[in-house]
Design a protein around this ligand. Structure first.
Ligand code: ZN
Ligand code: ZN
Ligand code: ZN
Length: 83
């Protein structure tokens, strides 16, 4: 089993509806959403035009994301792997 120490902080997003506020502002289509497990920021995935989840990591260094709303997997940008 691989371990990732970056998942030490676990955030519970207060809302049940997720959206990428950046794409909403720019009226871009969103393929899927990623929740930042450090601060709760919601951004769109790399298949979306905006790629705001990856941009959020580059801007903030927040390395751990979770697929929302299904929460089926987590991604660490530093390990570049799923968990
Ligand atoms: Zn990691
Ligand atoms: Zn976006
Ligand atoms: Zn964040």
């Amino acid at each position: 089993m691989k371990e990732c120490e970056h998942f030490s902080s676990q955030i519970e997003h207060p809302s049940k509806s997720f959206e990428c506020i950046h794409c909403k502002k720019e009226h871009l289509p969103v393929v899927a959403l990623r929740l930042c497990l450090v601060c709760g920021h919601v951004g769109c995935c790399d298949s979306s035009i905006g790629q705001h989840a990856t941009k959020h990591f580059k801007e903030t260094g927040h390395a751990v994301m979770q697929a929302v709303p299904d929460k089926s997997w987590k991604w660490c940008y530093i390990h570049e792997d799923y968990f």
